[in-house]
Design a binder for this molecule. Sequence first.
Ligand SMILES: C[S@@+](CC[C@H](N)C(=O)[O-])C[C@H]1O[C@@H](n2cnc3c(N)ncnc32)[C@H](O)[C@@H]1O
Length: 302
Amino acid sequence: MTQFYFVLTNVEAESILKEEIRLRYPEVRLSYSRPGFITFKAENQIPFNPLFCRVSGVCQGRFKKSELLFERAWVYAVDEKLTLPQDLKELSDRTLFKKGETVTLIMMLSQDEYWVGSYLLLSHHFQIPGEVSSILEKDVPSRAYYKMAEAFEAFDLPFDHEEMVLELGAAPGGASLFLLEQDLKVLGVDTAQMDPVVKKNINFKHLKCPFETLTEKDFKSNVDWIVSDINLPPTVVLREIYRLLGFLEPRGLILTLKINDLKHLEVISTVREQIKKFGFKKVELKYLPSHRKEIALIALHS
Ligand SMILES: C[S@@+](CC[C@H](N)C(=O)[O-])C[C@H]1O[C@@H](n2cnc3c(N)ncnc32)[C@H](O)[C@@H]1O
């Protein structure tokens, strides 16, 4: 039986998502789409979990406003300039979905265009319709602040007081600022300048060098976490991460893998197994609300 699926993604990632679908789900065809909202059609039901989206699920189709007779549903305006009708806003605000429950999601595309989808609420989902960031905007050195905050929230990262983070590609310092706010110490590696707010923090140290030149001698003690946001192809970043794991034993990795070329998608299909070889039991990939052409890889020893 024909089955439709919906995807909510960030506009910057749409080309990557379509290539991922072509590679991983060759039986699926592109159907109706609008910026940030894409539907696909399959001849039969399939397990459909693309990576390059905030959320995906089964699509029940287009509804008239008068047909939206749900007792429980989340409602999301795909275009942020739209204002939700008061009754739908109230429905969404009073609806709570627990992990493991099936979310009914009403997606508003214009004043008179509504689509309905459903998906299983998993542990790495946010409690927010449309899986957008709940982190309040503030004056930070870069967007990487939000990426790190979202990874922390989605994976409930078990940071401990004064643990040491090696951050590769740390400048100007958004992610470092978030890590310092969590009471961590940061050794930031970057050839570029750090933001003064980060630089003056006594728990931050800048190693102004290419990350490829790091050796065992650069580390007086072990590091507890390795974070990377280096804007180089994932093959290059992962090669260096594997080299560093030859002499560092972090309890976790938080890597942003940049997909600036569609050919980089090949790496994504094998990276989980490669990382597990270093003893990391849990390895997850998640497209975060503040991501553009990139994805987070989170690896934890336990
Ligand atoms: C996306 S930015 C990082 C943003 C940063 N994480 C933050 O929180 O503001 C990528 C960074 O990677 C750095 N980078 C690129 N190649 C590098 C290399 N070979 N060694 C060290 N840093 C590098 C760039 O200088 C740039 O600052």
